[in-house]
Design a protein around this ligand. Structure first.
Ligand SMILES: *[C@@H]1O[C@H](CO)[C@@H](O)[C@H](O)[C@H]1NC(C)=O
Ligand SMILES: *[C@@H]1O[C@H](CO)[C@@H](O)[C@H](O)[C@H]1NC(C)=O
Ligand SMILES: *[C@@H]1O[C@H](CO)[C@@H](O)[C@H](O)[C@H]1NC(C)=O
Ligand SMILES: *[C@@H]1O[C@H](CO)[C@@H](O)[C@H](O)[C@H]1NC(C)=O
Ligand SMILES: *[C@@H]1O[C@H](CO)[C@@H](O)[C@H](O)[C@H]1NC(C)=O
Ligand SMILES: *[C@@H]1O[C@H](CO)[C@@H](O)[C@H](O)[C@H]1NC(C)=O
Ligand SMILES: *[C@@H]1O[C@H](CO)[C@@H](O)[C@H](O)[C@H]1NC(C)=O
Length: 485
């Protein structure tokens, strides 16, 4: 998914945690990793997320940047990491090879010491050729890729760490609606050929994001079952038949690579998953159906008709992100296997054996105090409410209110309260944030209704740091005091 944030968010500082080398439980299928994005109003502390990964036996993670506190939290865990360079930072490495060498030194090799981070890939750009970007990154992506690989080689780690580009499946298309008609999209074909030759030459993988959910979402007539893995419509293509769009999409890529001279290029799925809210096809039940089918396929090592065997992929995603752009759709903030606070959404068995149970929730999560902001029934002035809601929802996340979503079944007062509360929580419960011209009030009774969760904000980095500073100031004063004696 595109990583364009609605609001600017600040990286929170987390004091580096002491990591003990941890033997990972081997219950998760070896090919599976997860995407860990952080575009949320208050993210879970990184060390809590890392412990959650370990508790669930997840041993591969894909990041969208090279955030230093995140890498420090991953140090010593043995978790394999793909770091990323955001599209708007590719210019840092695209021009001068020396700048790329500096980037690699600071953001890769600095972590490769004993007890450091097991970095395996650098994803240069994230879906840089997405049609909606209007070719903005066309000229910069390949030079950036080349420079990063060269810099990795020069640092002596190019054998172990590969540069690649995380691509959306819209870089290729099929002229015949069948996999065998696959080829690169015309406007970027020249660049893509350069890129795949380079990847091939460097034994680096092609990373592609494949989204059956979007096929269903974007095409009204799309056959529902074809988005999942348990049979239904089939299409035949040459001597092969396809019963799901994932295989058909993947093999369209296989054909595309073959036609362009690199039929054996390694493929990794950079993102695959199913959202759970914000659309009538986005819910826990269908997400579970999708993942169950995917996992069954993975454990059977079936691969796709043209590439049987083990599939390597990163699930999208680990945790919901309530500040992602909703330009692609309201579901965009609800791709997590876990809710914003690290609670699992549905039972799943990542070993593929079908022994479904809830994943292990994040431990040690701190919420702000149990206070919710709701409509003040005594003072509801209907003529003012519409403006207040649209103000609240323009700044907070109201994506669960829409048709077919988890909070769509409330009455209109419930809608208003939901919007007010989301704004209040995302403003870290500031008193000023529950006013709305006198239409709102703070309550201490859980305002959640039925399946609609009125969430409480997480304690943010600010408050945590405040505490830490407080302690260190006291410690500092004591030290000063003792040194006077
Ligand atoms: C390392 O990565 C960070 C975050 O992407 C970036 O701001 C910084 O410029 C990079 N370091 C160098 C030396 O390029
Ligand atoms: C791409 O072009 C369209 C149509 O001209 C425009 O609406 C959109 O904002 C552009 N997007 C970007 C990322 O420049
Ligand atoms: C990319 O480079 C070509 C040729 O040098 C140029 O015509 C084109 O305008 C450039 N595109 C962008 C987006 O900078
Ligand atoms: C399809 O047929 C071709 C030869 O015509 C063969 O090389 C290929 O392996 C067959 N594919 C499958 C999946 O059977
Ligand atoms: C409701 O708000 C409107 C617009 O601010 C105002 O003109 C009207 O007097 C208010 N009605 C009540 C009952 O407070
Ligand atoms: C709010 O509630 C009403 C039902 O009274 C419903 O029609 C509407 O779609 C709901 N959602 C929003 C976002 O207004
Ligand atoms: C509020 O109620 C909802 C739904 O019953 C529940 O999931 C949530 O944990 C509750 N929140 C708190 C803080 O008790």
């Amino acid at each position: 998914m595109a990583r364009t944030g609605l609001l600017v968010w600040s990286y929170c500082l987390i004091l580096a945690s002491v990591n003990v080398v941890h033997v990972l439980s081997s219950t998760v299928l070896p090919g599976i990793g997860v995407n860990w994005g952080t575009m949320a109003s208050n993210t879970l502390p990184r060390n809590i997320v890392v412990n959650m990964l370990k508790d669930n036996g997840i041993s591969k993670v894909k990041l969208f940047d090279s955030d230093s506190p995140t890498l420090k939290a991953l140090a010593g865990t043995g978790i394999e990491v793909m770091v990323g360079i955001p599209n708007n930072q590719m210019y840092i490495v695209a021009g001068d090879i020396e700048d790329a060498e500096d980037w690699v030194k600071e953001n890769v090799t600095a972590y490769l010491h004993n007890g450091g981070v097991d970095i395996k890939y650098v994803a240069v750009g994230n879906e840089p050729f997405l049609s909606s970007y209007n070719n903005t990154y066309d000229n910069i992506t390949f030079p950036a890729l080349q420079n990063v690989q060269k810099a990795l080689d020069k640092a002596g780690v190019g054998d172990k760490i590969k540069a690649t580009v995380a691509l959306n499946a819209d870089v290729y298309e099929s002229l015949s609606d069948k996999p065998s008609g696959g080829d690169f999209r015309k406007d970027i074909k020249g660049i893509m050929i350069q890129i795949i030759k380079f990847l091939h030459q460097n034994k680096a993988p092609f990373v592609v994001n494949i989204y059956p959910f979007l096929s269903l979402y974007q095409n009204a007539g799309f056959p529902f079952d074809y988005a999942f893995f348990d049979g239904g419509k089939t299409i035949s293509d040459k001597n092969v038949s396809y019963s799901n769009v994932f295989d058909a999409n993947y093999d369209t890529l296989v054909w595309t690579l073959k036609k362009n001279g690199v039929g054996d290029l390694k493929i990794i799925i950079g993102e695959v998953g199913w959202p759970t809210d914000g659309n009538f096809n986005a819910n826990n039940k269908l997400a579970k159906k999708f993942y169950d089918g995917l996992l069954k396929k993975l454990v059977a090592k079936k691969g796709t008709p043209l590439r049987p065997g083990l599939l390597e992929l990163y699930l999208f995603s680990l945790i919901d992100e309530n500040q992602k752009s909703i330009a692609p759709g309201h579901f965009e903030r609800h791709w997590g296997l876990f809710y914003y606070d690290g609670k699992p959404k549905f039972p799943i068995d990542l070993s593929g054996k079908g022994n479904d149970k809830m994943l292990i929730a994040a431990k040690g999560v701190q919420y702000m105090s149990p206070r919710w902001c709701v409509l003040n029934e005594e003072n509801k002035n209907l003529s003012m409410i519409a403006d207040e809601i649209s103000y609240a929802c323009s700044l907070a996340d109201c994506t669960s209110l829409g048709y077919g979503s988890s909070c769509s079944k409330m009455d209109s007062d419930g809608n208003v309260s939901y919007a007010f509360n989301m704004y209040f929580q995302m403003q870290d419960q500031g008193d000023y944030a529950c006013n709305f011209n006198g239409l709102a009030m703070i309550v201490k009774k859980n305002a959640s209704r039925g399946s609609c969760l009125f969430p409480l904000q997480l304690v943010g980095a600010g408050e945590r740091l405040g505490l830490a500073y407080g302690v260190s100031i006291i410690a500092g004063l004591m030290l000063a005091f003792f040194s006077l004696m």
